[in-house]
Ligand binder design. Structure first.
Ligand SMILES: [Zn+2]
Ligand SMILES: [Zn+2]
Length: 418
């Protein structure tokens, strides 16, 4: 029997994993530069957190959660997203008491039971930020620009921002009424899922990707036309900032996002090369989420970027493929007896911050040289009986072909100044 990864999951191997490391490092660096600090939460939480936070009627809660019962009888769920856990942590640690405003970022896997296809995995990685405790429209702008800059730095091709406002609990009922009237007339033309959504979660009909629904919803009333004065002013300020910082953006009045907790600003980043699964990230405001979870009024805004799709889009755009880090120096030992001596030098060089390596496969001298070349080492250090007797190493610079006898005590300096 051969074991394989479960459907919708995968192993990430070198050299692709180097691309992941680069993207993750860039995202963390840019977030830190903007004043966000990292938060790490467990990969599973009490099921109720997601039911309450994301919304009972949402597709995520209804169909996509990995929920299990522990031997102790608790119901736990692998996190399908990380905003609700971050807000849970914000409350659990009473962050609102020690200065309500927090800027947090996170990085890690989430889990959703979805139909597996290209660019959509059942375990996927999100990088995200949450700016918690302010309704300032400039904060929406800051997060939108930060996400944009991370994606741009990562080299995501054909990037575009889709922006909308879905209003607040004050102005949403009027839109819902208008939407319901429209949907009632179109009901026969909608897909099965949307027929159900019309009862439970009508806004999500706008989000349906099926051709028949898109056509039926073509002339639907536009959400921004129903915003109350406060929401309209807020959205105006967000748009003004977006115009200033985002070179390619569009008002997308159908955009609603998949999770129920969003209010006011919602947005998505899309990439040129990815086809139907082209969203590389998205976010928005969730001014009621903390209250929904039992906390004080805490308006907040944030985004999540999908690292799997970022990597996919960067790969599909071509460009330099990432390379596995090469040793700076590879040792060749002439004769087995000298291998412990060689290992001593390798360990010492590593302790001097120099990437060094040696053979562990019993290779011949010739094969050790070939290995050094294949790994892309800059130097080859040869230790034979003669060198060992005189406390020297033969150091060959593979970029110039020059070689010289170097005292072992000077090896690290010589290589560092190489
Ligand atoms: Zn409003
Ligand atoms: Zn539909």
């Amino acid at each position: 029997m051969q074991y394989k990864t479960p459907s919708g999951t995968r192993d990430i191997l070198a050299p692709e994993v180097c691309l992941w490391q680069q993207m993750e490092a860039k995202a963390c660096e840019l977030a830190q530069r903007a004043g966000y600090t990292e938060i790490r939460t467990p990969v599973f939480e009490n099921t109720e957190l997601f039911v309450r936070g994301i919304g009972e009627a949402s597709e995520v809660v209804q169909k996509q959660m990995y929920t299990f019962e522990t031997p102790g009888g608790e119901s736990l769920t692998l996190r399908p997203e990380i905003t609700a856990p971050v807000m849970r942590a914000y409350l659990e640690h009473s962050m609102y008491k020690t200065g309500a405003f927090r800027k947090l970022y996170y990085l890690g896997p989430s889990f959703r039971y979805e139909r597996a296809q290209k660019g959509r995995w059942r375990q996927f990685s999100h990088f995200g930020v949450e700016a918690v405790g302010s309704a300032d429209a400039l904060l929406d702008v800051e997060t939108i620009a930060l996400g944009w800059d991370i994606l741009t730095e990562c080299g995501v091709p054909g990037l575009k921002l889709m922006l909308n406002s879905i209003g607040c609990p004050g102005c949403r009922p009027a839109y819902h009424d208008a939407l319901r009237q429209y949907v009632t007339k179109q009901k026969d033309k909608l897909c099965e899922d949307c027929a159900r959504r019309a009862e439970e979660n009508i806004l999500r009909i706008l989000d349906c990707k099926k051709e028949q629904c898109r056509a039926a919803m073509k002339d639907v009333p536009r959400i921004p036309d129903f915003l109350c004065a406060d929401c309209a002013e807020h959205f105006g300020a967000v748009r003004k900032g977006v115009e200033q910082y985002i070179p390619d953006w569009e008002l997308e009045t159908h955009l609603v996002r998949g999770l129920d907790y969003y209010t006011r600003t919602v947005y998505e980043y899309v990439a040129g090369e990815l086809g139907s699964q082209n969203a590389v990230g998205g976010g928005g405001r969730y001014d009621q989420l903390v209250e929904e979870l039992g906390g004080p009024e805490t308006p907040s805004v944030g985004f999540a970027l999908g690292l799997d799709r970022i990597v996919l889009s960067v790969q599909s755009a071509g460009g330099d493929s990432p390379v596995v880090r090469a040793p700076v120096v590879f040792f060749v030992s002439v004769g087995d007896e000298l291998r412990p001596e060689v290992q001593k030098m390798v360990v010492e060089l590593r302790r001097s911050s120099i990437a060094a390596d040696m053979d562990y496969e019993g290779r011949s001298v010739k094969a050790q040289f070939r290995a050094a070349n294949r790994l892309g080492a800059r130097f080859v250090a040869v230790l034979g009986p003669e060198e060992a007797a005189s406390g020297m190493v033969n150091l060959k610079d593979l970029s110039t072909g020059s070689q010289q006898q170097v005292p072992t005590s000077e090896l690290a300096d010589r290589i560092a100044n190489g």
